[in-house]
Design a protein around this ligand. Structure first.
Ligand SMILES: CC(C)(COP(=O)(O)OP(=O)(O)OC[C@H]1O[C@@H](n2cnc3c(N)ncnc32)[C@H](O)[C@@H]1OP(=O)(O)O)[C@@H](O)C(=O)NCCC(=O)NCCS
Length: 258
């Protein structure tokens, strides 16, 4: 398994999302190599997961963060260190001397994603489309009226897909703000412009403390690695603070190739 194809490191006009499918990585030597990258704290956290699938998801996700970041700085994947912000958001530690570099990680059974930006707040969220069971009950609590109206006008797979669209877009923004669920998802809206695969805009009330025009929200459908019996596919949503969203591009790449 190769780690990372050669890449442009231009983070001025682009944000990069790196993806890894844990089920695709089963070579023991690769997994051992990943283990050597983790810090003591990351290793200790990994050991606390009860199930293999979650230990592996943690391992691949944190190896992915480290390997992805090393594309943009003169540090080896094992050399990165991190601090935690107020609501648990990890940031690169000042000791790494890469103050402009920012990242955010998301993982769900079957997929890990990390977004890397330069001097931009960023958030990413991935979710399996068929994972949520009580879709209507959740939507009534966390979606705005407009989002619910759009969702409940649909049915079946279309509705499940749209639920995942809204869920991941909202969470990507909440994570980009560093707040996670401290920012109640029903207090702001998103409007999806051109279906999955497109972009979205934030809908903020006048007393909401942020400027919707300063954000680029994008959405993609990501296929499941063939041999898993998990969700049919995933949604990937990314929120990046970009004063000129039209000229900023979100580029998605596979991190590890066979
Ligand atoms: C951030 C949050 C939405 C993530 O939910 P999740 O379902 O685990 O979603 P994801 O897989 O997309 O993201 C997990 C990753 O987000 C990152 N993260 C954690 N807290 C974050 C935050 N406040 N903002 C942005 N990213 C955060 C971490 O890298 C985490 O991965 P790790 O636990 O393996 O290190 C949720 O944990 C949350 O709301 N946290 C803040 C709430 C809070 O008040 N926490 C108090 C404890 S300090």
């Amino acid at each position: 398994m190769e780690a990372f194809v050669p890449t442009s490191v231009d983070l001025e006009n682009e944000s990069h999302v790196w993806l890894a499918w844990p089920d695709q990585i089963d070579d023991p030597a690769t997994l051992d190599a990943f283990r050597t990258l983790l810090s003591e704290a990351e290793t200790a956290r990994m050991a606390r997961f009860r199930f293999d699938v979650h230990r592996k998801l943690h391992l691949v996700s944190h190896a992915l963060v480290r390997t992805a970041l090393s594309n943009y700085a003169d540090l080896q994947p094992g050399e990165w260190s991190f601090i935690e912000e107020k609501f648990g958001r990890p940031e690169i530690a000042p000791a790494c001397k890469t103050p402009a570099l920012r990242f955010n990680l998301s993982h769900t059974e079957g997929l890990s994603a990390v977004v890397v930006t330069k001097n931009r707040d960023c958030g990413v969220d991935v979710e399996g489309v068929n994972r949520v069971k009580n879709l209507a009950g959740i939507a009534e609590r966390v979606f705005t009226e407009a989002e619910q109206a759009d969702l409940f006008a649909r049915s079946g797979d279309d509705q499940r897909g749209r639920f995942a669209d809204y869920w991941t877009l909202k969470e990507a923004y909440m994570k980009a703000r560093g707040l996670g669920f401290q920012l109640p998802p029903q207090t702001f809206g998103v409007e999806i412009e051109a279906g999955t695969g497109g972009s979205a805009t934030l809908k903020l009330a006048t007393d909401f403390k942020d400027d919707a025009a300063g954000w680029q929200l994008s959405l993609q459908s990501i296929p499941t690695f063939a041999s898993t019996s998990l969700a049919n596919d995933f949604r990937l949503a990314v929120a990046v603070r970009a004063a000129e969203p039209a000229s900023h591009q979100v580029v998605v790449r596979n991190a590890f190739t066979n």
